[in-house]
Structures are given as C-alpha cells and as structure tokens.
Design a protein around this ligand. Sequence first.
Ligand SMILES: [Fe+2]
Length: 464
Amino acid sequence: MPADCRGLAVTASSADEAELLDATVHAYLSNDPGTGELLGKLMLRAPEMPMAHCLRGFLLNLAGRASDLGRARESLAAADRLIARANERERRHIEALRAWCDGELTRATALFEEILIDHPRDVLAFRLAHYLHFFVGAIVEMRDSAARVLSSWEESVPDYGYVLGCRAFGLEETGDYAAAEAFGRRAVELNADDVWAGHAVCHVLEMQGRHREGIDWVNHHENAWAERNAFANHVWWHRSLYYLELEEHDAVLDQYDRYVWRGPSDDNLDITNAAALLLRLDMLGVDVGDRWHQIAGVVAETRLDERTRPFNDAHFIMPLAMTGRRTESDALLASMRGHAEAHLNEAMTIVPTLRDIGVPLAEAVRAYADGDYARAVDTIMPIRYRLLPLGGSWAQRDVFARLLIESARRSGRTRLARALLAERAALKPTSGPTWKMYASVLDQLGDAAGATAARERAGQLLAA
Ligand SMILES: [Fe+2]
C-alpha cells in the first residue's frame, strides 16, 4: 500500500497519488493560495482515494460558509462510498468529517485526537484538531495537543516546522509568551512562508505590548506572507493593532484601506478583521468616514441567515448596527436566537455558545451603536469572564473588553470604568491609550494625583 511522506499508509492506486495528497496537505499547511487548484487535481487524479474526499470536506468546513457546508456533505457521501477500501486511520477521518458536517465540533476534535494517539505524524489530523480547538476556545487542549505529537516528530520529517508553529500559538494563547516566541521564530526560520507561525509571534508581541517590534516583524516578512492566502490579511490586521496602540490613527486607517479591507470581501476573517478594527477606532472617537457601509453591504447581503460561528456573528452585527440598518440588525439577531433555539437539543457544539455568549454580545454591540451604553454594560458584565468558548484569540476578543470599558465611560458609570481600566492597565502595562483613558477617568472622579501619574505614564509610553 502506498504511504505518505511521513510513512502513514494511504489508500491510493499509486505512489503518485499519495504524493499529490502530500503536496495538497503541504499547501494547506502553508496557507498556499494554490491549495484549491491542487485539491482539484487530486480529485481528478484520485477519485477513489478516501482521504482526497475527506480533505476536500475538511477544507470546505474550514471555509465555514453555509454553501460550503453543503458541498462538504457531498464529500462525506463520496468518502462513505469508499469506506470499505479505507484503512482504520482513514475511517476515523471519515467519522470526524461526519461529526464536523453535523456541527459536532467537539466530537470531530476528539476523533482527530484519537487518530493522533496512534498516528502522531498525521499532520492533517493535527492541524485540523488545532483549528477546531481554536474555534471553540479550547486553548489548553490546543497547547497540549502539539506537545503530545511533537515527541514523535523530528526536524527531518516533512512539514515539521508547521507543527512548531501550532505549538507556538498554543503556548501564546495559554500565556507562555517566551516559549511561544521561541517556537514561532524557529518555525519561520525553517519555513519563511509559515504565516501561521509568524502570526503566533505577532500575538506574542501584541500581548507583551511590543508594538514597534510587531510592526518591524510584519514588515520584515511582508513579501513572503503576501504570497500566502487571505489569512495574510489577518496578519496585516495585527499590524494595524500595533499602530492603534501607538495612537497612529492615520496609519491605522491607511493599513485598513491598503491591507485589511481592500474592497468587498466575502471571507469571514476579512469581515471580522475589518469590523473589529473599525469598532476599535469608533470607540476611540476616530472618524472612519463611510468605511462601515461597504462591510455592512456584504453582511446584509450574505450573512443574515448564516450561522456557523458565534464569534463571526458577534462581529457581523457591528457594521449593520453602526450604519443604523435596524431591520437587518434585527434580522441577524432573530436568526441567531432562532438558530440557538431550534438546535438546543442537538449535539451541535456552537449552540450553547451562540445562546449564552454570541447573542448577548451581539445585543451589546447593537446597544452601543444605538447609544444605549448602560444596556451594553449590563449585557456584557455578567458574561465577561465567560467569552473563551466563543473562540478566536485573546487579541480578537479584546474588542469586547474595550466595548465594556467604553460603554461604562459613556453611560456615566465612571467608578466602574475606573475599576476596569485599573484592571486593564495591570494587564497591559505598556498600553499608552489605556493609561491615557485611565487618567481621564481618574480626573472625572477628582483623583488629580492619580490622573497626573497615569497621564505621565501614557506620555512616556507614547513618546517611546
Ligand atoms: Fe490573530
């Protein structure tokens, strides 16, 4: 039986077919924009290969559009027809695809992890488990998954560096920044195109408030990562966040126009990047012109009835609410509530998160846009420590922490704003804008000495 380049048996008619599977998996790992084309070739060349259909189904599920999910089910049906030919590892992939198509992300992830116990070099199972852990905020699982498999890898095994990149991101999200940075930098040394590993380093620099270094890091790798797929746009988004913390708002807007949202995009990550950046700017009082309208148009046209990730939904509401599209905002909220209710008794992983976190966050965004800041505060406060299952990163979910603080300020709950800003300044001691905001709130509360100290701290940080 043919084997893949890491020695795992593959049901295929020839070694050439297994090689093409390797090339397609490698393209996926490296965020190669040619992945779809390679997959097309694989499907033509190896229509009887169970893993070809599984891979297609997985990639469609990852894209996460409702139309993609229907096509993923076609891949599942095709893989099912070949199940008698599949080996034991491949059958577990088919079961994972089935669980994923049914919305049972937890079960799909468990199946990938089971595969990895027996086949720690199944890099596809590993990367998919990594992403699914990330999608549901299972950050400890994400960290440990990489640690488990790495003991069975060595540098000579093809695609080793991409596993290091995932290890880096798991360590970063669980707060081990030094180790994360070391793994991430090593992965990028091994593969300059490893934008996922480079992105893990971006997160370290964001969380440690090393904003100038962050800009340099992205600039240095821009040429290599610009050749990657749309995920690179998310790295440009990170660069915008560094500028935001340096209060270089013109640079943020320039980044937005040239990198983050270059025109209407149907990609979930593009939409969430753009919406979250504009909301951050709005909360800081920066005029973003008519930029909301273009995203709002895409969301209104394509996302009102599409519920795949509560994280995305809590962002889709932003452009609708901020452009005053009340009918569409209402429709989105109704769709979110309806989806949660309709599937409550099923094993769909996202449903409790949608109901308990996604809907309240979307309501809070709507309240903020309507100027009902007190309601935004009241909606976020009870859930603020329970946002992890929403998925995404700490840096991404930070938009909701900012929303709470700004809503507290604008609703006149100044003591609450002070408390939240004290907390934030402790968490992000190198954030100039945080200290500045803290100073202004302390002023309002009559703490002139505290305000002066906070303002001095902000001044030093922003001048550095
Ligand atoms: Fe990120």
